[in-house]
Ligand binder design. Sequence first.
Ligand code: ATP
Ligand code: MG
Length: 158
Amino acid sequence: EWVNFVDFYDRIIDRFEMAKEQNVTFKRILPKHGIFVEMDEDKMTQVLYNVISNALKYSPEGGQVTFTIQEKNETIIVSVSDQGMGIPKESIGKIFDRFYRVDKARTRKMGGTGLGLAIAKEIVSAHGGNIWASSKEGKGTTISFSLPYESAEEDEWS
Ligand code: ATP
Ligand code: MG
């Protein structure tokens, strides 16, 4: 079905913001207008839950998590950035693999199975998008994904 992605994202962020127990601040950089995406809302909820849970799990005390949506010709790019420990260069290509977890010792205490991002990748691909990570060790991580959308401009009555 068609969903206004901006409202949808905003509502999911609200839920995390209300539930969070850590000292982490949220920053939203979202368009003021609606952007309509044809998607499975439950599946896309799962994608955002996985990505946002990671951002919180790996955020330091007092950190900031930034949520953005950018529009780029018929595609939106949705990002979640944290100021956590980051991901080493040699691991960044593997975090979307099933059961892969960076440095088991480092993350064991944080729990998880290493499936979250693999599932997210599958769902984003099924929606015609891509998902990727950029990260600097000790500085933070940004997970971004793209989704095609219908720009509402071309309602010419020709
Ligand atoms: P699950 O999501 O199944 O509970 P998980 O969070 O360990 O477990 P993924 O979400 O697939 O698994 O992430 C894979 C690995 O990528 C993580 O174990 C972690 O090492 C690394 N990772 C993912 N997101 C971040 C992040 N925001 N900051 C630092 N490392 C991350
Ligand atoms: Mg996870």
